[in-house]
Design a binder for this molecule. Structure first.
Ligand SMILES: C[S@@+](CC[C@H](N)C(=O)[O-])C[C@H]1O[C@@H](n2cnc3c(N)ncnc32)[C@H](O)[C@@H]1O
Length: 262
């Protein structure tokens, strides 16, 4: 990207509301991706990371688009997903699916699992359906709308060892409660914790799962040129791609990886 375009995107990140920027991705995404040789005009694929090769929509709805296409989205969680890839999950549940980065990625990672996802935005549900067709997992996908505790209770198997991936902008206080959803006790959970919106939420979740889970606390880090090392791009292109790896986070974020003790 030329320096003027980089400056434009930096300024637009500050001035244009996040939700509007997401919609604009629909228009700028494919053209920019093609100019940077990040994928074909019509059928981009994820370039690197645990979900490399995933056929991706030409737009994002819930968060920045390019980090997903590059495969550097939530890079901090790559070691977690690389480790989880060695386990067997029959049930994978994603809450706050966006356009389906984790839905598609985990469907490929666990090719015999039932995949259940929840996304409150109808555009996201449509994108997930399209991704399921493009990546051939429609037959084992249950694509749902807004998730309430009762929905989570319904889809989490009582006696299985499911994997739950959640990013719901603060809704984790209501959803991640083992008193209302008892099957959470045996569930491996990867959750983005929004204590930046609600101070103390991290501590509350830690206490709720203290008796049943090991809790790994992972903090988000700014992207650096070092993070471009895994990308199949020329050394000349890497510095130009670096601004596209910015995930536009409002603050330093944290994830909990909650692993059942028993
Ligand atoms: C930051 S985005 C998630 C991005 C996601 N990590 C991805 O891979 O694209 C959060 C999404 O959660 C959705 N959401 C929030 N609360 C929800 C709920 N209770 N049920 C379903 N979707 C929810 C929002 O509509 C939004 O698209």
């Amino acid at each position: 990207m030329n320096p003027f375009a980089a400056l434009f995107f930096k300024i637009s990140r500050r001035l244009i509301p996040r939700t509007v920027r997401m919609r604009l991705n629909k228009y700028r995404g494919p053209g920019l991706a093609a100019r940077l040789k990040l994928g074909g005009e019509k059928n981009p694929t994820v370039l690197s990371g645990p979900f490399k090769g995933l056929r991706y929509p030409t737009y994002g709805i819930g968060s920045e688009y390019f980090p997903k296409l590059l495969g550097t989205y939530e890079l901090e969680l790559h070691p977690t997903f690389q480790r989880l890839a060695n386990e067997t999950f029959q049930d994978v549940i994603i809450v706050g699916a966006g356009e389906g980065y984790y839905v598609g990625g985990l469907a490929r990672m666990f090719p015999s699992a039932r995949i259940v996802c929840f996304e409150g935005d109808p555009d996201g549900q449509t994108a997930v359906s399209e991704m399921a067709v493009a990546n051939d997992f429609s037959g084992r996908l249950d694509n749902r709308g807004f998730c309430e505790p009762g929905d989570l209770r319904e889809v989490l198997p009582e006696n299985g060892r499911p994997l739950l991936v959640m990013d719901v902008e603060g809704g984790e206080r209501q959803l991640l409660d083992p008193e209302t959803v008892p099957a959470l006790a045996g569930t491996t959970i990867v959750v983005e914790v929004h204590d930046c919106f609600e101070p103390g939420l991290d501590e509350l979740l830690r206490q709720r799962f203290q008796a049943t889970h090991h809790c790994e606390d992972i903090l988000s880090q700014p992207r650096t040129l070092d993070d471009t090392r895994g990308l199949p791009l020329s050394a000349e292109l890497c510095p130009r791609v670096l601004p596209l790896m910015n995930e536009g986070r409002p603050a330093q974020m944290r994830w909990f990886v909650l692993t059942p003790l028993a």
